[in-house]
Unconditional design. Sequence first.
Length: 558
Amino acid sequence: MEQIMIDKRNPSLRNLSPNSSTYKSEKVAISDGENHSQCAKVNETGHIQEVDRNFSLLSICSVGLVTGNTWAALGGSIATAIYNGGPPGVLYEFIAVSIFYWLVAASLAELASSMPSSAGVYHWASITPGPKYGKICGWFAGWWNMFAWICGAATMSSIASNVVVAIYGLYHPDYVVARWHIFIGYIIITWIACCIVLFANRALPMINNIGLAFILGGVFITIIICAIMPSGTGHATHSFIWADWVNDTGYSSNGFVFLAGMLNGAYAVGTPDCVSHLAEEIPNPGKNIPLAIGAQMSIVYATTDLDSVLAAPFFPLTQIYFQATGTVAGTTGLLFVLFFPIFCTLIGTYITAGRCLWTLARDEAVPFSNRLHLIHPHHKNPLNATIACGICSTILGVIYVGSSTAFNAFVGSFVVLLTLSYLASILPFIFTGRFNHSSHESGPYNNRMIPGWFRMNNIVGYTVNIISCLYIIVFVVIYCFPYTIPFNAASMNYSCLIAGALSIAAGIWWLVKGGSYTGPQVGIYGLPDVDSDGRNNLNGISVGNNDDLDNGLGIGSK
């Protein structure tokens, strides 16, 4: 029995015994009796396999739906959209942004099918530009993506803490909330979620399945209760919900107000890459990851019917629930139904953030990589990287104490940084001709990629990719505008400042480590069949000559 491994620095084929000091990777055995007719597809990233494949297709779909958690995210940040159009703004802005994110999700699903990797957009952005610009594109995409998920974790901790404080306030009418109260809850909830991710790795698929059940059940229960219990005030009129536009931003252009209000919807649905970071923890990721991305996006339409919820557009979600039910007990029940999915979402964000940082660290792209790239031998997860993400989130929580607009800044930074990382992988994919070049063609602008299980044809693919990039370019600018005018230091939109500062930090570290940085590798490596024309074939995929494999080039390598 012969075993095949990929070395990170030189990913050519090697024969290693189990006693070797470098024997860590997933092993694919090929018997001599099969005459090496089966391809050994070993970790598309070129890295060793260090984590267990705990997730099934159902559980990976649950991760996507729970981490996205459109219902809770939409409700938790609803004030952004309410000020930008009122109830009609919430509805129409959400529908509009969902359409754009379907296109973004399709673009990412195509890349995920071609190159399944826990690095996600960091890996794709390293490959799609070709070898000339792949390293720097991947570097910044990875940093943007990692910081985006840390900001996402901060926002979910904030929403969860606000829900807890709101429940307490319902039973103590004289209670005056202070931001430091929310901060205490923020810290407790953050580290409970972190500990679950750190020490319950094998239970994470089950937790996400339970979270999915709560989300689906919670949406149904909330809509039904708010529809049948208008607490004596009656239901809102149809015109109030569908037609009465509200502009409380100070901007004169309602068109711009509509576009700016799409931030709330973008925060709710803009997480299609989250499942990609578990590519090395699910069987057959090239097929299952695109399916999970599609399932994640399909659920967004379950929350478009907000008729019964938005009876009073200028109150927090707690007040909306209270006006709908008319009772403290009913409001508490709805808030609890909201809280548990939010907490599961927070767990999902730390799963994603920790693995983003881990994939950067194993390529030595972040400080303290020698510690952050380690996988805990017992828990089989990136323990140090997840702890580091928890610490960063805690630091962001301190900002929340000092600024009333910090939550909006975290939301905006999450959306801006995440979409910038998507742009860094999709835009070069267009410029390098998508899948039109052969896998063995040389050149500094050849991405050397092959399609996976999910692929759009050229006309559809180019159209979807181009619209996705145009959406990102335009809306990254719009989402950085002040929320209202006139504005001051307290009401300013600090998303651009946070995104810019983090980009500068990434640039500084590039100047320090960029010279020795190699970036992720990608490929299919194995023992080749030889076709009648003398070309090697791996599982029926033509990849060039023997020298390609001997030199560690494989398919799609840098």
